[in-house]
Design a protein around this ligand. Structure first.
Ligand code: PEP
Length: 251
């Protein structure tokens, strides 16, 4: 049975003190008995402190928002998957559309990042999603399936079983424009069928597919009620503990 997961993506927000306070606030507002696994995707500079603040309580996981596709060496400014792991994080968000767009991350490079994450025992939250013009042209299913094929389908069945997928239509990220629950369900079902075509129905049924794109307390219950939506990747609404926890408890 697949896990329900709600992951926050703080992006490039919060000072260290603000980040610790936000993590402490999420901890205080949760009990550990929530239906969903909670993950905080925090700036790399904050991971150690957030891990310490959480102290392993309520089963809350911590994610980096990126890692290098390289093992180590002369790559100034980069952070390797093993470094991320050594900070105490257990997840890493990979292939966010902002990284694809502003840092030119390709499907091929992301395949390497996925490999690095798995080799270092980090669970990848692999983001995919189409831009507005692709949706308007009606080409969103092949577009997003290709992202999965090119970055994930080299994995063994065992490695694939560790992957979490986040479908994030780019036109809905940070725009206040959410996909309708029908659009989310249709895409998630298409993606699950695509996963089944490669790894079999059982493996596809066990894969958590999260929705991301302006999800908030007001729309999370309807999105999370969709049979193939297994939780969310939450940007803006993860910066306020009250809103984030309201999303977490929207199942
Ligand atoms: C995101 O950054 O992954 C995201 C979904 O952002 P927002 O919730 O703000 O649209």
């Amino acid at each position: 049975m697949r896990k329900k997961i709600v992951a926050g993506n703080w992006k490039m927000n919060t000072s260290l003190e603000e980040g610790k306070a936000l993590a402490a606030d999420v901890l205080a507002k949760t009990t550990g008995s929530e239906e969903a696994q909670i993950v905080l995707g925090v700036p790399a500079t904050h991971i150690t402190a957030v891990v310490e603040t959480l102290g392993g309580k309520n089963g809350i996981g911590v994610a980096a928002q990126n890692c290098s596709d390289k093992v180590s060496g002369a790559y100034t400014g980069e952070i390797s998957a093993s470094m991320v792991k050594s900070t105490g994080a257990n997840y890493v968000i990979l292939g966010h559309s902002e990284r694809r767009e502003y840092f030119s991350e390709s499907n091929e490079e992301l395949a390497e990042k996925v490999n690095q994450a798995l080799a270092n025992d980090l669970i990848p939250i692999f983001c995919c999603g189409e831009p507005l013009e692709v949706r308007e042209a009606g080409d969103m299913y092949p577009f997003v399936k290709e992202q999965l094929t090119e970055s994930l389908f080299h994995l063994s069945a065992e490695d694939f079983s560790k992957i979490v997928i986040a479908y994030e239509p780019i036109w809905a990220i940070g725009t206040g424009k959410t996909a309708t629950s029908e659009q989310a369900q249709e895409m998630h079902a298409e993606l699950r069928a695509h996963l089944a075509s490669k790894y079999g129905q059982e493996a596809a049924d066990n894969c958590s597919i999260l929705y991301g794109g302006s999800a908030k307390p007001a729309n999370a219950p309807e999105l999370f009620a969709c049979p193939d939506v297994d939780g969310g990747l939450i940007g803006g609404a993860s910066l306020k503990a009250e809103d984030f926890v309201a999303v977490v408890t929207s199942f």
